[in-house]
Design a protein around this ligand. Structure first.
Ligand code: ADP
Ligand code: MG
Ligand code: ZN
Length: 500
């Protein structure tokens, strides 16, 4: 029998605010000593009073809006009671009855890229059930027979995003999480780094006979520290469960952990009776009212996202899916590209211009950024600017410089931030397009290489390239290549006729 996988994803995202969710402690403690960013509130001391971090609420709303969610106009905080050493209060402040964001959806392009890039993608819509705001717990470290707890993370704003069980493959789960990660980065609300725990996800997964409408018994997978681990763990589980089902076995409802070194899932917890978290309204915090004005203000901060930009680039500029994906990988790249494009003269062919920009950005710009270990933000500060790349492309289009010289000018502009036009002038790099000047050089080359000219006349086309190269060499690469070709042909034709 053929089985189909059904996956629903629960994801926690740490919001990158300056302070914590309910206290003034700094939420930026990367690399700090344990338990140095704490206070009575986030240590859960009796009598300490929480205060809502407005920025965290706004960040959560931005994600909700980006995920096409409805935003609750009224919500309140609830205590989710459970006991664990990383939770000093004995409860977590969360949202249960009225999540801040609910009933949304996200579209993702799923590509089978095993064995190379594919232009074709299947666009899938995954419904978002809810996204609610809560606080992170402390961090436990186990070493030998000891356990250590660090409360720096306790009280960091956390957004939990839960999908409907709409995901149908490991690749789709991967695509969903990459899209989500890209969105929080575009919004600037989280680093989204899975390796650092800023984004943590737990797939819920079940199998069912293909074509069946009912869901099977689900397992939950924890301890996934990278996008790759998510894909691998899901693929592993699909295989394991298919084997069990085919041999007539049953799936146990368990919580699994992914063992990255052994590349297998292991049972962490057997099915437990449904948790009773004894949710009840948090008495120390006022309910949250969100009015239209505030919502509009937050909505205005949500930029156009990657997928929308990809569609627009392909539709309006005829770019390939590959180029569109590369140019929108990060918001900074997309904005750089768009700024360069809008610096083009009004009569420019936008499609040709967009393609030229896409090429320059992906080859020369990225190459030099990599070679100098530099981010686009750093390039912005002191290096080549978008309008300068537009100017460079214009110099090529107007045949002021040829492609090779342009690369040289780009590198110079990349480092100095000088205008390409100024570089071309200062260094005398302008292409020689003067017919008489070029004809003189061509004549010299022809006179100096009678044997090669004879070979071209007798049909050895390869040697023609050699002669072009000689002209380029004589002009230090500045000759207009098209004109050199034409002039050389003329001169050789003449010689041929003279011999006949
Ligand atoms: P629980 O109460 O066990 O946490 P929920 O109904 O709250 O379960 O759902 C948690 C996540 O699991 C959601 O993302 C949901 O879409 C997904 N899910 C629910 N049932 C299944 C199933 N049978 N197979 C796969 N995913 C499921
Ligand atoms: Mg659950
Ligand atoms: Zn604190």
């Amino acid at each position: 029998m053929e089985y189909e996988v059904v996956i629903g994803m629960e994801t926690h995202i740490e919001l990158d605010t300056a302070s914590k969710m309910f206290c003034r402690c700094s939420a930026q403690f990367f690399g700090a000593e344990p338990n140095t960013h704490v206070c009575p509130v986030c240590l859960g001391m009796p009598g300490a009073l929480p205060v809502i971090n407005k920025r965290a609420v706004e960040y959560a709303m931005m994600v909700g809006l980006a995920l096409n969610c409805k935003i609750a106009r009224y919500t309140f905080w609830e205590r989710k009671s459970y006991w664990y050493p990383d939770l000093p209060k004995g409860y977590q402040i969360s949202q249960y009855q009225y999540p801040l964001c609910y009933d949304g959806w996200i579209e993702v392009d799923v590509r089978d890229v095993t064995g190379g890039w594919q232009e074709h993608a299947e666009r899938r819509r995954i419904r978002i059930r809810r996204a609610h705001l809560e606080e992170d717990t402390g961090k436990l470290t186990h070493a030998g027979s000891y356990s250590y707890v660090d409360y720096n993370r306790s009280g960091v704003p956390l957004l939990e995003i839960v999908t409907e069980p709409d995901i149908r493959s490991a690749d789709e789960a991967y695509a969903y999480l990459s899209a989500l990660q890209q969105i929080v980065r575009y919004l600037g609300v989280s680093s989204g780094d899975m390796e650092k725990g800023a984004m943590r996800c737990e797939p819920n997964l079940s199998l069912r006979p293909k074509g069946s409408a009912e869901f099977g018994v689900k397992v939950e997978i924890k301890n996934l520290n990278s996008l790759r681990a998510v894909r691998d763990a899901i693929a592993y589980e699909i295989e394991r469960q298919t084997r069990i089902l085919r041999s007539g076995g049953r799936i146990q409802q368990v919580t699994l952990g992914w063992d990255e070194t052994r590349r297998v899932t292991t049972v962490q917890r057997e099915k437990e009776s449904a948790h009773d978290y004894r949710y009840f309204p948090e008495p120390d915090l006022p309910p949250l009212h969100i009015d239209e004005a505030w919502l509009a203000e937050v909505r205005a901060r949500v930029p156009e996202l990657a997928l929308a930009r990809q569609d627009r680039y392909r539709r309006d500029y005829g770019l390939s899916a590959y180029d569109a994906v590369q140019l929108t990988a990060e918001r900074a790249i997309a904005e750089w590209f768009e700024e360069a494009l809008s610096a083009s003269p009004s009569n420019a062919d936008l499609r040709a211009r967009a393609k030229a920009l896409a090429n320059w950005i992906q080859t020369e710009l990225f190459r030099l950024m990599r070679a100098n270990n530099m981010s686009l933000a750093e390039v912005r500060r002191a290096k080549i600017q978008p309008a300068q790349l537009a100017q460079l492309i214009e110099l090529v289009e107007q045949s002021v410089i040829n492609q090779n010289t342009a690369k040289q000018v780009f590198e110079e502009a990349f480092h100095s931030g000088a205008d390409p036009r100024a570089i071309v002038e200062a260094k005398g790099l302008a292409q020689i397009s003067d017919v008489d000047a070029l004809r003189a050089v061509v004549n010299e080359v022809v006179a100096a290489h009678p044997q090669q000219v004879q070979q071209v006349i007798s049909g050895q086309e390869k040697v023609f390239g050699f002669l072009v190269g000689q002209v380029m060499k004589a002009t230090r690469g500045k000759a207009n290549a098209q004109m050199v070709n034409q002039l050389l042909r003329e001169v050789i034709e003449e010689a041929k006729r003279a011999q006949a």
